[in-house]
Design a binder for this molecule. Sequence first.
Ligand code: SF4
Ligand code: SF4
Length: 112
Amino acid sequence: MAYKITAECISCKRCLSVCPNGAITMVDNQHHIDAKLCTNCAGSIHTVPQCKAVCPTYDGCVEETTDYWESWFKKYNQLIAKLTNKQDYWECWYKTYSQKFSEQLQKNQVII
Ligand code: SF4
Ligand code: SF4
């Protein structure tokens, strides 16, 4: 998994010079991370991904995932966090829903 720059990027150019692998370039006036060069800063002197660390936006620079549901939760968590200031809305929703569902199942098993 590599990092990618999204449409939320405001072109501040801070990330260009901090990447230890030179993975960030400008393509057609937009910032772009070459996934083949991005190592998530692993193996460098940095302990956190530098592009994300210096980015002044919330989601201008994000970790890319190929897993559909991981990507879905990430996207909508960010959206909900923006709207409500809650960071773990979907996890809470899922926990509550699965607990209620499990209680319902147990109730039905007792009836049967
Ligand atoms: S995570 Fe690190 S290696 Fe990857 S683009 Fe960002 S700064 Fe470069
Ligand atoms: S640091 Fe963030 S906002 Fe600035 S150019 Fe890079 S991705 Fe865009």
